[in-house]
Structures are given as C-alpha cells and as structure tokens.
Design a protein around this ligand. Structure first.
Ligand code: GLN
Length: 304
C-alpha cells in the first residue's frame, strides 16, 4: 500500500472516532478555533507530497516553532549553547517552574517554555534584527517567503502571559536571561504566533528529514551532526511529559504545539504534519498522536 492510501484510510477511521480532550483556552484566540478541524500533509524527501482534510488551512503552530528557534541558536552558538541549557527530558509540563530553582535557572531542554525563553534571549543577543532575521531563517527552511508573525495571536498570548512572565523573570534572577525580560517575552510570543498549514509545516521541517538540506535549492541549513542532535532532542523532549509515550507509540522524532499541530520526521524518508486542535491532558493533539501511532504501525516504518 502507498503512503497516500494509508493516510486516506487512517484519516477516515480516526475522524469517525470520538475526539477526546479540550482546546487550549489559556490563550484566548486558540479557544475560538473550530475543534473539528483535521488535516494531514506528508512531504517525502524524493519530492512527492500528499495531503488530506484541512491540510491547506493555516493554524497557530505555537511550541512547534521551538525547533526552528533551537536550530538557529545552535547554528549561531555551536556547542557553547549547552552552557545555557540542557538536553534532557524534563518529565514535567511544558510551562513548569518547579525544576528551575534546583537547577539554578538552567532549563532542562530547549523544547519546554523555560528553555525556549533562554533560546529567545540567545537569539536577541546574537542577531542584529531578531524578529526579522529569525523570520528569514524560517522562510528559508520552508522555501516560503509568505511566512509571518500573527500580531493577533501574539497579543492574545501576551494578555494572559502570567506563567511565561514568571518563568522569564525567575530565570533572569539567576542571570540566565541577559536581555530585558519584556523584550524576550515579546520575541517568544511572536515566534509562537506563527501560523502555517500542514503542508507548510511539513515543508518547514523537511531539512531535518533531509540531513540539513532545505527546498527548493538544497540550501544547507546546518551540519549533518547538528541535525542529528536536534532530531535526538525532538525524540526525547518534543512532547513534554509525554515524550516517552510518543516514542513508544509512534517511534519518530517530532514536536507538538498547543494549537493542535504535530510534526514528525523520518530521517531520509519524510516529514509529516497533522493538525487537530483538541488536546489531551498533556497538551498534545489527541487525534494527532492517534493518527501518527496508527500510521507508523501500518507502514511498519519508524526509526526503531
Ligand atoms: N505559546 C504557548 C505558551 O507559551 C506554547 C505552549 C505550547 O505550545 N506547548 O504557553
């Protein structure tokens, strides 16, 4: 059976089942999304691509952007980045404060909020025009000049940012945020506000499936070794305190966001994005996890 036939069949069966969980209402704008949306898009490294459902509709990718942010910071800083944060799974929710006190403001990894705030701080220090230069990096990775921030979503997140503000100030108190916390938070909210369709998202992560080369001209985004390490961090930390379960069920490196998106990659094979906004208790898309679990089971292809 082809990928296309398997996607079609699983899309239909998952859609018929009950969707269990809730929208991410802690960001007011995300509470206004149609909970029934469901899209999937797969982009193969050989150039073939296939999508179904709401795969051309843009949605808020939220924490999925933490991977491109990490990629750019790692490219700019090299191994010295790891003096500012770790690469171990946290075993805690994405917006948790608890470990930071014991760890003296060094976040466990870059794919939880505390880590992404430190990455944002690094990017502000390293880039001449952080907002513009970061967008340029994402556009280049995706081969898509139309990607932009959404002021509407960034503002909405800012209006209820009590936890992220606490995190940023707390890390600052340990000296691991070097810039003004307000500036760091503003940049972080803008990153999280980016909206992409499943097609665009799978294209933006293509370089991680393609050993660092991005479409359309095979531009090298980063070294093969750096890509390996980013994929390893997605595998161990991409789903917060559900990362072990995602590895167990799906067996691919990936990243989720509270907008209901999940992107996963199979090195050398494909990048796949799924969107369904109803989240499980850990903040990961209920149908997204379900679909991907069945997809790697049916195709009998995972990295393991
Ligand atoms: N913008 C969200 C936040 O900071 C991102 C969380 C997520 O997608 N897990 O809370």
């Amino acid at each position: 059976m082809s990928y296309q036939e398997i996607i079609e069949e699983l899309f239909t069966s998952v859609k018929q089942e009950k969707n269990i969980g809730s929208l991410a209402t802690f960001i007011p704008e995300l509470g206004n999304v149609d909970p029934g949306k469901f899209g999937i898009h797969l982009t193969q490294v050989d150039g073939l691509s296939y999508g179904i459902g709401d795969h051309e509709e843009r949605f808020s990718i939220q924490s999925i952007i933490k991977v491109p942010s990490l990629a750019l910071a790692y490219k700019l800083m090299g191994e010295s980045l790891w003096t500012r944060l770790g690469y171990e799974p946290s075993g805690n929710p994405f917006n948790s404060l608890v470990q930071l006190e014991n760890d003296h403001g060094i976040p466990k990894n870059p794919l939880i909020n505390s880590g992404a705030l430190v990455i944002s701080d690094v990017l502000i220090s390293k880039l001449n025009n952080p907002h513009e230069d970061f967008l340029e990096f994402v556009r280049k990775a995706a081969g898509n000049p139309s990607i932009s921030y959404s002021p509407r979503i960034a503002e909405s997140e800012k209006s209820a940012s009590y936890r992220n503000t606490a995190l940023c100030n707390f890390i600052k108190s340990f000296g691991n945020i070097r810039n003004n916390p307000e500036e760091v938070l503003d940049f972080y909210f803008n990153q999280c506000s980016i909206e992409l369709s499943c097609r665009e998202l799978s294209e933006a992560f293509f370089f991680l499936a393609n050993y660092g080369l991005a479409p359309p001209d095979n531009d090298r985004m980063m070294t093969v070794s750096q890509v390996k390490r980013i994929n390893a961090i997605m595998q161990t930390c991409g789903f917060y305190d559900e990362s072990g379960e995602f590895a167990f069920k799906v067996g691919l490196p990936g990243k989720s966001g509270v907008g209901g998106g999940i992107v996963a990659i199979h090195p050398g094979q494909y990048s796949i994005a799924v969107w369904s906004p109803i989240l499980n208790k850990k903040g990961n898309s209920y149908r997204g996890v379900k679909f991907l679990e069945q997809f790697t089971t049916r195709t009998e292809l995972s990295i393991f």
